[in-house]
Design a protein around this ligand. Structure first.
Ligand SMILES: Nc1ncnc2c1ncn2[C@@H]1O[C@H](COP(=O)(O)OP(=O)(O)O)[C@@H](O)[C@H]1O
Ligand SMILES: [Mg+2]
Length: 324
């Protein structure tokens, strides 16, 4: 048998004490987020390779929360851009504080008038100095102070923004720099941790995808969803948490227009607990279905499939403990 020749190995430094996806998973859990192996792996890679993370998936699967939990865990700032149609540079990157610039100019003019001299030429430069620059999240993320942990930049629901914004984002993420014509170029000393989310109402451009590490976030499986409810809503009895997770799992299989997300599962469990429900039955499900299903047609679909049967099946499923 031939000896294996060991190639050169480069060890990439991860965040403090983090040596692999399992450590990431544990750290996220400690801060209230339960990730599966796939997500923990891609988060780990994003951290060690300093690559933006693009999380795509249906609404309510826990994409935005990833950015929030990363900021909690790393005790860093969370800088959030909520995308919408027509979002532009002034909301995402920077703008000039016109009102304060105007005040500054007026004051200079008043001083000049008082002294009988013309307004000094330096005033114009002063107007376009950092003092009057309003840093929006993208610039704040790039130009964040060196002595703080690198911030988490959340670009939320990028599918709502238009192509131009996406192209601009790609430009910023390719070299982590932003140019303000009047001031010069800001360059990130340490790149921010970037989380981009998309609900996939349209496809994100290939170029942006290529720049990012990509992960499709699925609804959690039954056992993980039970755990999420237990962690996020400890007041809900474990038995009820299991039944609600089981009911949601079934509802998701109905092919609804808007299947319930994790937030709905948590809400539903809390609503039932608040009503003192201990075991799901037809009446309690019918009375609280609006916590889980938010469209009339979807609610109709659930009723057609049978609410009594849904409650029975959920109770039965909940009673089956995880094997192994
Ligand atoms: N894996 C998870 N662990 C803990 N909480 C979760 C998880 N996934 C989702 N949640 C909870 O569900 C809610 C919805 O998640 P969110 O990140 O807003 O969904 P999305 O951004 O995908 O629409 C959040 O309040 C979050 O607390
Ligand atoms: Mg979200």
């Amino acid at each position: 048998m031939a000896d294996r020749v060991a190639g050169p190995t480069t060890r990439i430094e991860g965040p403090d004490g983090i040596e692999g996806p399992d450590d990431v998973r544990a750290a996220l859990r400690l801060h209230g987020y339960l990730a599966d192996q796939g997500l923990a792996t891609v988060v780990y890679l994003a951290l060690v390779l300093h690559r933006p993370l693009l999380l795509e998936g249906e609404a309510g699967v826990g994409k935005t929360e990833v950015a929030k939990v990363l900021a909690r865990w790393r005790a860093s700032d969370l800088l959030r851009i909520q995308c919408y149609e027509g979002i532009d540079v002034s909301q995402a990157v920077y703008e000039w504080d016109y009102a304060r610039q105007l005040l500054h100019l007026r004051a200079a003019e008043a001083r000049a008038e008082g002294s009988g001299r013309p307004v000094p030429e330096t005033v114009e430069d002063e107007l376009y100095s950092e003092r009057f620059l309003v840093r929006r999240p993208l610039l704040a993320a790039i130009a964040s102070p060196k002595d703080r942990p690198s911030p988490v930049l959340l670009v939320d629901e990028v599918d709502r923004a238009d192509d131009e914004f996406e192209a601009f984002l790609l430009e910023v993420l390719s070299d982590y720099s932003v140019t303000v014509p009047e001031l010069g170029t800001f360059h990130a000393v340490v790149p921010p941790v970037v989380v981009i989310t998309s609900n996939r109402t349209r496809d994100v451009a290939d170029a942006l995808k290529r720049r990012c590490l990509y992960h499709w976030v699925e609804h959690p499986d039954f056992e993980r969803e039970v755990e999420i409810v237990t962690v996020q809503a400890p007041e809900v009895l474990p038995v009820l948490a299991r039944q609600v997770a089981a009911a949601v799992e079934r509802i998701r299989a109905l092919g609804l227009y808007k299947p319930p997300g994790v937030a709905e599962t948590i809400d539903w469990a809390q609503a039932l607990a608040a009503l003192g429900v201990r075991t799901l039955d037809e009446a309690s499900v019918a009375a609280t279905l609006g916590a889980a299903v938010k469209y009339r047609e979807d609610a109709e679909r659930v009723r057609e499939a049978g609410i009594a049967a849904l409650a029975r099946a959920a109770v039965e499923r909940a009673g089956v403990e995880r094997a192994g």
